[in-house]
Design a protein around this ligand. Sequence first.
Ligand code: KG4
Ligand code: ZN
Length: 341
Amino acid sequence: MLLLTLESSCDETSAAVVRDGRQVLSNVVASQVDVHARYGGVVPELASRKHLEAVVPVVAEALDRAGVTLDRIEGLAVTRGPGLVGALLVGLSMAKSLAFALQRPLVGVHHMEGHILAPLLEQEIDFPYLALAVSGGHTHLYRVDGIGRYSTLGRTLDDAAGEAFDKVAKLLGLGYPGGAVMDRLAAQGNPRAFDFPRPLLKKDNLDFSFSGIKTALLYYVQGQTGPIEGQHLQDVAASFQAAVVEVLCAKTLRAAARTGLKRIVVAGGVACNRGLRQAMTAQAQAAGLQVTFPSPALCADNAAMLAVAGNAYLEQGVRAGLDLNARASWPLDQVEANTAA
Ligand code: KG4
Ligand code: ZN
Protein backbone atom coordinates (compact mmCIF):
# COMPACT_ATOMS: atom_id res chain seq x y z
CA MET A 1 0.00 0.00 0.00
CA LEU A 2 1.29 3.46 -0.90
CA LEU A 3 0.79 5.79 2.05
CA LEU A 4 0.98 9.54 2.46
CA THR A 5 1.79 10.40 6.08
CA LEU A 6 1.63 13.74 7.89
CA GLU A 7 3.26 14.93 11.12
CA SER A 8 2.67 18.36 12.74
CA SER A 9 2.68 17.76 16.51
CA CYS A 10 5.28 20.36 17.47
CA ASP A 11 7.51 22.60 15.37
CA GLU A 12 8.19 20.46 12.31
CA THR A 13 5.78 20.14 9.38
CA SER A 14 6.49 16.85 7.67
CA ALA A 15 5.01 14.70 4.92
CA ALA A 16 6.27 11.38 3.59
CA VAL A 17 5.40 8.81 0.96
CA VAL A 18 6.07 5.25 2.15
CA ARG A 19 5.39 1.93 0.44
CA ASP A 20 4.08 -1.01 2.52
CA GLY A 21 5.06 0.65 5.79
CA ARG A 22 8.74 -0.02 5.08
CA GLN A 23 10.13 1.65 1.97
CA VAL A 24 10.53 5.42 2.35
CA LEU A 25 10.13 7.11 -1.05
CA SER A 26 10.28 10.63 0.40
CA ASN A 27 10.36 12.24 3.84
CA VAL A 28 10.17 16.04 3.72
CA VAL A 29 10.61 18.06 6.93
CA ALA A 30 10.07 21.83 7.16
CA SER A 31 11.52 23.01 10.46
CA GLN A 32 10.27 26.11 12.29
CA VAL A 33 13.32 26.23 14.55
CA ASP A 34 14.35 29.72 13.37
CA VAL A 35 10.89 31.11 14.15
CA HIS A 36 10.89 29.87 17.75
CA ALA A 37 14.61 30.31 18.55
CA ARG A 38 14.24 34.01 19.41
CA TYR A 39 11.61 33.13 22.06
CA GLY A 40 13.73 30.36 23.60
CA GLY A 41 11.05 27.71 23.05
CA VAL A 42 8.11 26.73 20.86
CA VAL A 43 5.34 29.36 20.80
CA PRO A 44 2.16 27.32 20.16
CA GLU A 45 0.23 29.97 18.24
CA LEU A 46 3.18 30.68 15.94
CA ALA A 47 3.65 26.95 15.41
CA SER A 48 0.04 26.55 14.23
CA ARG A 49 0.39 29.42 11.78
CA LYS A 50 3.66 28.15 10.37
CA HIS A 51 2.19 24.66 9.92
CA LEU A 52 -0.66 26.24 7.96
CA GLU A 53 1.80 27.98 5.65
CA ALA A 54 3.98 24.91 5.21
CA VAL A 55 1.59 22.00 4.98
CA VAL A 56 0.50 22.32 1.33
CA PRO A 57 4.01 22.87 -0.12
CA VAL A 58 5.45 20.12 2.10
CA VAL A 59 2.89 17.58 0.85
CA ALA A 60 3.51 18.70 -2.74
CA GLU A 61 7.25 18.26 -2.28
CA ALA A 62 6.86 14.83 -0.67
CA LEU A 63 4.82 13.66 -3.69
CA ASP A 64 7.25 15.26 -6.09
CA ARG A 65 10.35 13.69 -4.51
CA ALA A 66 8.64 10.30 -4.42
CA GLY A 67 7.72 10.71 -8.09
CA VAL A 68 4.04 9.97 -7.50
CA THR A 69 0.85 11.90 -8.11
CA LEU A 70 -1.86 12.29 -5.48
CA ASP A 71 -4.24 9.86 -7.20
CA ARG A 72 -1.72 7.03 -6.66
CA ILE A 73 -1.90 7.43 -2.85
CA GLU A 74 -3.84 4.51 -1.37
CA GLY A 75 -4.16 5.58 2.27
CA LEU A 76 -3.23 8.28 4.79
CA ALA A 77 -1.76 8.24 8.29
CA VAL A 78 -1.48 11.32 10.48
CA THR A 79 -0.19 12.15 13.94
CA ARG A 80 -3.24 12.39 16.17
CA GLY A 81 -1.35 13.24 19.38
CA PRO A 82 0.19 13.93 21.79
CA GLY A 83 1.40 17.43 21.00
CA LEU A 84 0.27 21.03 20.63
CA VAL A 85 -3.40 20.90 19.80
CA GLY A 86 -3.37 23.77 17.28
CA ALA A 87 -0.35 22.26 15.56
CA LEU A 88 -1.87 18.77 15.45
CA LEU A 89 -5.11 20.13 13.96
CA VAL A 90 -3.30 21.43 10.87
CA GLY A 91 -1.94 17.99 9.94
CA LEU A 92 -5.24 16.34 10.84
CA SER A 93 -7.28 18.79 8.75
CA MET A 94 -4.99 18.30 5.77
CA ALA A 95 -5.10 14.50 6.11
CA LYS A 96 -8.88 14.44 6.50
CA SER A 97 -9.37 16.77 3.51
CA LEU A 98 -7.18 14.57 1.32
CA ALA A 99 -8.84 11.36 2.55
CA PHE A 100 -12.26 12.84 1.74
CA ALA A 101 -11.26 14.28 -1.64
CA LEU A 102 -9.45 11.11 -2.76
CA GLN A 103 -11.87 8.74 -1.03
CA ARG A 104 -8.98 6.91 0.64
CA PRO A 105 -8.79 5.37 4.14
CA LEU A 106 -7.29 7.38 6.99
CA VAL A 107 -5.81 6.39 10.33
CA GLY A 108 -4.51 8.37 13.32
CA VAL A 109 -1.14 7.40 14.82
CA HIS A 110 0.42 8.17 18.21
CA HIS A 111 3.52 10.35 17.88
CA MET A 112 5.64 8.16 20.22
CA GLU A 113 4.45 5.05 18.45
CA GLY A 114 5.95 6.62 15.34
CA HIS A 115 9.27 7.21 17.12
CA ILE A 116 9.65 3.74 18.65
CA LEU A 117 8.73 1.92 15.42
CA ALA A 118 10.94 4.16 13.23
CA PRO A 119 13.94 1.76 13.11
CA LEU A 120 11.72 -0.78 11.32
CA LEU A 121 11.96 1.49 8.27
CA GLU A 122 15.65 0.58 8.09
CA GLN A 123 15.87 -2.96 9.39
CA GLU A 124 13.83 -5.85 10.70
CA ILE A 125 13.68 -6.12 14.50
CA ASP A 126 11.74 -8.95 16.09
CA PHE A 127 9.13 -8.19 18.74
CA PRO A 128 9.12 -7.97 21.69
CA TYR A 129 11.65 -5.24 22.32
CA LEU A 130 12.41 -2.57 24.88
CA ALA A 131 12.16 1.03 23.68
CA LEU A 132 13.77 4.03 25.30
CA ALA A 133 11.94 7.06 23.90
CA VAL A 134 13.88 10.26 24.50
CA SER A 135 12.63 13.50 23.02
CA GLY A 136 11.75 17.06 23.94
CA GLY A 137 8.49 15.95 25.56
CA HIS A 138 9.09 12.33 26.55
CA THR A 139 11.52 10.13 28.43
CA HIS A 140 9.79 6.78 28.63
CA LEU A 141 10.74 3.12 28.75
CA TYR A 142 8.21 1.01 26.87
CA ARG A 143 7.78 -2.66 26.30
CA VAL A 144 6.83 -3.15 22.64
CA ASP A 145 5.08 -6.48 22.06
CA GLY A 146 3.93 -5.65 18.55
CA ILE A 147 2.40 -2.83 16.56
CA GLY A 148 -0.28 -1.28 18.79
CA ARG A 149 0.82 -3.32 21.82
CA TYR A 150 2.79 -1.13 24.19
CA SER A 151 3.16 -0.89 27.95
CA THR A 152 4.94 1.75 29.98
CA LEU A 153 7.73 0.45 32.23
CA GLY A 154 9.13 3.76 33.42
CA ARG A 155 9.05 7.47 32.71
CA THR A 156 10.41 10.79 33.80
CA LEU A 157 8.87 12.29 36.89
CA ASP A 158 9.75 15.83 35.81
CA ASP A 159 11.65 17.12 32.75
CA ALA A 160 12.12 15.06 29.60
CA ALA A 161 15.77 14.42 28.65
CA GLY A 162 15.54 16.70 25.60
CA GLU A 163 13.88 19.39 27.69
CA ALA A 164 16.77 19.18 30.19
CA PHE A 165 19.30 19.54 27.35
CA ASP A 166 17.36 22.53 26.00
CA LYS A 167 16.99 24.26 29.38
CA VAL A 168 20.65 23.81 30.25
CA ALA A 169 21.72 25.05 26.82
CA LYS A 170 19.59 28.14 27.39
CA LEU A 171 21.20 28.68 30.82
CA LEU A 172 24.61 28.51 29.16
CA GLY A 173 23.54 31.03 26.49
CA LEU A 174 23.65 28.50 23.66
CA GLY A 175 20.24 29.27 22.12
CA TYR A 176 17.27 27.02 21.40
CA PRO A 177 16.98 24.09 20.84
CA GLY A 178 20.28 23.27 22.49
CA GLY A 179 20.58 19.48 22.46
CA ALA A 180 22.67 19.24 19.32
CA VAL A 181 24.92 22.16 20.41
CA MET A 182 25.50 20.54 23.81
CA ASP A 183 26.36 17.28 22.05
CA ARG A 184 29.00 19.04 19.90
CA LEU A 185 30.53 20.87 22.88
CA ALA A 186 30.47 17.73 25.04
CA ALA A 187 32.55 15.88 22.45
CA GLN A 188 35.42 18.30 23.19
CA GLY A 189 35.06 18.32 26.98
CA ASN A 190 36.00 16.24 30.00
CA PRO A 191 32.96 14.31 31.26
CA ARG A 192 34.56 13.95 34.71
CA ALA A 193 35.39 17.63 35.19
CA PHE A 194 32.24 18.26 37.28
CA ASP A 195 30.27 15.83 39.38
CA PHE A 196 26.62 16.56 38.58
CA PRO A 197 23.97 14.45 40.37
CA ARG A 198 22.55 11.23 38.90
CA PRO A 199 18.93 11.46 40.15
CA LEU A 200 17.13 8.20 40.95
CA LEU A 201 20.15 6.19 39.76
CA LYS A 202 20.35 4.23 43.00
CA LYS A 203 16.58 3.98 43.37
CA ASP A 204 15.43 0.52 42.42
CA ASN A 205 12.83 1.59 39.84
CA LEU A 206 12.64 2.41 36.14
CA ASP A 207 11.73 6.09 36.45
CA PHE A 208 13.84 9.11 35.60
CA SER A 209 14.30 12.61 36.95
CA PHE A 210 16.34 15.30 35.24
CA SER A 211 15.37 18.55 36.92
CA GLY A 212 17.94 17.99 39.71
CA ILE A 213 20.84 17.85 37.24
CA LYS A 214 19.60 21.05 35.64
CA THR A 215 19.28 22.79 39.03
CA ALA A 216 22.78 21.71 40.06
CA LEU A 217 24.09 23.22 36.84
CA LEU A 218 22.09 26.41 37.44
CA TYR A 219 23.71 26.81 40.88
CA TYR A 220 27.11 26.17 39.35
CA VAL A 221 26.53 28.87 36.70
CA GLN A 222 25.24 31.32 39.32
CA GLY A 223 28.39 30.73 41.40
CA GLN A 224 30.67 31.86 38.58
CA THR A 225 31.99 35.40 38.45
CA GLY A 226 32.56 35.50 34.69
CA PRO A 227 31.06 33.87 31.58
CA ILE A 228 31.56 30.14 31.05
CA GLU A 229 33.31 29.70 27.71
CA GLY A 230 36.00 27.78 25.83
CA GLN A 231 37.29 24.61 27.48
CA HIS A 232 35.35 25.42 30.66
CA LEU A 233 32.07 25.43 28.67
CA GLN A 234 33.00 22.17 26.92
CA ASP A 235 33.76 20.53 30.28
CA VAL A 236 30.42 21.67 31.74
CA ALA A 237 28.56 20.35 28.67
CA ALA A 238 30.43 17.03 28.78
CA SER A 239 29.82 16.59 32.53
CA PHE A 240 26.10 17.39 32.19
CA GLN A 241 25.72 15.02 29.25
CA ALA A 242 27.60 12.28 31.11
CA ALA A 243 25.16 12.52 34.02
CA VAL A 244 22.09 12.32 31.75
CA VAL A 245 23.54 9.50 29.67
CA GLU A 246 24.60 7.47 32.70
CA VAL A 247 21.06 7.50 34.10
CA LEU A 248 19.46 6.74 30.71
CA CYS A 249 21.76 3.76 30.15
CA ALA A 250 21.50 2.38 33.69
CA LYS A 251 17.69 2.42 33.75
CA THR A 252 17.43 0.96 30.26
CA LEU A 253 19.75 -1.92 31.14
CA ARG A 254 17.87 -2.45 34.39
CA ALA A 255 14.59 -2.63 32.41
CA ALA A 256 16.15 -5.18 30.05
CA ALA A 257 17.33 -7.29 32.99
CA ARG A 258 13.93 -7.15 34.68
CA THR A 259 11.87 -7.98 31.61
CA GLY A 260 14.34 -10.38 30.03
CA LEU A 261 14.06 -8.43 26.75
CA LYS A 262 17.15 -8.87 24.60
CA ARG A 263 16.57 -6.11 22.05
CA ILE A 264 16.65 -2.37 22.73
CA VAL A 265 15.52 0.47 20.48
CA VAL A 266 16.49 4.04 21.36
CA ALA A 267 14.29 6.60 19.60
CA GLY A 268 13.33 10.29 19.57
CA GLY A 269 15.38 13.45 19.03
CA VAL A 270 17.82 12.76 21.90
CA ALA A 271 18.69 9.42 20.28
CA CYS A 272 20.83 11.57 17.93
CA ASN A 273 23.13 12.26 20.88
CA ARG A 274 26.56 10.77 20.21
CA GLY A 275 27.41 10.31 23.87
CA LEU A 276 24.21 8.32 24.39
CA ARG A 277 24.79 6.26 21.23
CA GLN A 278 28.32 5.33 22.29
CA ALA A 279 27.56 4.55 25.92
CA MET A 280 24.38 2.59 25.22
CA THR A 281 26.02 0.58 22.44
CA ALA A 282 29.00 -0.33 24.64
CA GLN A 283 26.91 -1.23 27.69
CA ALA A 284 24.33 -3.22 25.71
CA GLN A 285 27.06 -5.18 23.97
CA ALA A 286 28.73 -5.96 27.28
CA ALA A 287 25.38 -7.25 28.58
CA GLY A 288 24.77 -9.35 25.44
CA LEU A 289 21.88 -7.16 24.24
CA GLN A 290 21.13 -5.91 20.74
CA VAL A 291 20.70 -2.15 20.50
CA THR A 292 19.33 -0.19 17.53
CA PHE A 293 19.24 3.54 16.90
CA PRO A 294 17.38 4.92 13.89
CA SER A 295 19.54 7.09 11.64
CA PRO A 296 19.41 10.75 12.79
CA ALA A 297 16.80 11.84 10.21
CA LEU A 298 14.42 9.19 11.57
CA CYS A 299 15.19 10.05 15.24
CA ALA A 300 13.98 13.64 14.97
CA ASP A 301 10.34 14.42 14.19
CA ASN A 302 9.39 13.24 10.71
CA ALA A 303 6.33 11.85 8.94
CA ALA A 304 7.88 8.64 7.55
CA MET A 305 8.01 7.14 11.06
CA LEU A 306 4.18 7.11 11.16
CA ALA A 307 4.00 4.73 8.21
CA VAL A 308 4.98 1.56 10.12
CA ALA A 309 1.94 1.67 12.42
CA GLY A 310 -0.26 3.47 9.87
CA ASN A 311 0.23 0.78 7.25
CA ALA A 312 -0.36 -2.03 9.74
CA TYR A 313 -3.59 -0.49 11.06
CA LEU A 314 -4.96 0.19 7.59
CA GLU A 315 -4.18 -3.39 6.57
CA GLN A 316 -6.05 -4.60 9.65
CA GLY A 317 -9.05 -2.59 8.46
CA VAL A 318 -8.82 0.19 11.06
CA ARG A 319 -10.44 3.34 9.68
CA ALA A 320 -10.70 6.78 11.24
CA GLY A 321 -13.75 8.85 10.42
CA LEU A 322 -13.70 12.47 9.38
CA ASP A 323 -14.48 13.29 13.01
CA LEU A 324 -10.97 12.14 14.02
CA ASN A 325 -9.82 14.70 16.58
CA ALA A 326 -6.47 15.72 18.06
CA ARG A 327 -5.46 14.38 21.47
CA ALA A 328 -3.05 16.81 23.11
CA SER A 329 -2.26 14.34 25.87
CA TRP A 330 -2.52 10.64 25.13
CA PRO A 331 -0.67 7.91 27.05
CA LEU A 332 0.82 5.36 24.65
CA ASP A 333 -0.70 2.48 26.64
CA GLN A 334 -4.15 3.65 25.53
CA VAL A 335 -3.30 3.64 21.85
CA GLU A 336 -4.97 0.35 20.98
CA ALA A 337 -8.45 1.27 22.14
CA ASN A 338 -8.27 4.69 20.56
CA THR A 339 -6.90 3.73 17.20
CA ALA A 340 -9.48 1.01 16.74
CA ALA A 341 -12.33 3.33 17.75
O1 KG4 B 1 11.78 13.90 18.90
P1 KG4 B 1 12.08 15.35 18.73
O2 KG4 B 1 12.62 15.81 17.41
O3 KG4 B 1 10.83 16.23 19.04
C1 KG4 B 1 9.96 15.94 20.09
O4 KG4 B 1 9.02 15.11 19.86
O5 KG4 B 1 10.19 16.49 21.18
O6 KG4 B 1 13.12 15.74 19.90
C2 KG4 B 1 13.60 17.05 20.06
C3 KG4 B 1 14.54 17.10 21.23
C4 KG4 B 1 14.98 18.51 21.60
O7 KG4 B 1 14.87 18.65 23.01
C5 KG4 B 1 16.43 18.55 21.14
O8 KG4 B 1 17.24 19.43 21.89
C6 KG4 B 1 16.86 17.10 21.37
O9 KG4 B 1 15.74 16.35 20.94
N1 KG4 B 1 18.05 16.73 20.61
C7 KG4 B 1 19.21 16.36 21.18
C8 KG4 B 1 20.13 16.14 20.11
N2 KG4 B 1 19.48 16.37 18.94
C9 KG4 B 1 18.20 16.75 19.26
N3 KG4 B 1 19.55 16.19 22.47
C10 KG4 B 1 20.81 15.78 22.74
N4 KG4 B 1 21.74 15.57 21.77
C11 KG4 B 1 21.44 15.72 20.47
N5 KG4 B 1 22.37 15.49 19.52
ZN1 ZN C 1 9.02 13.62 18.59
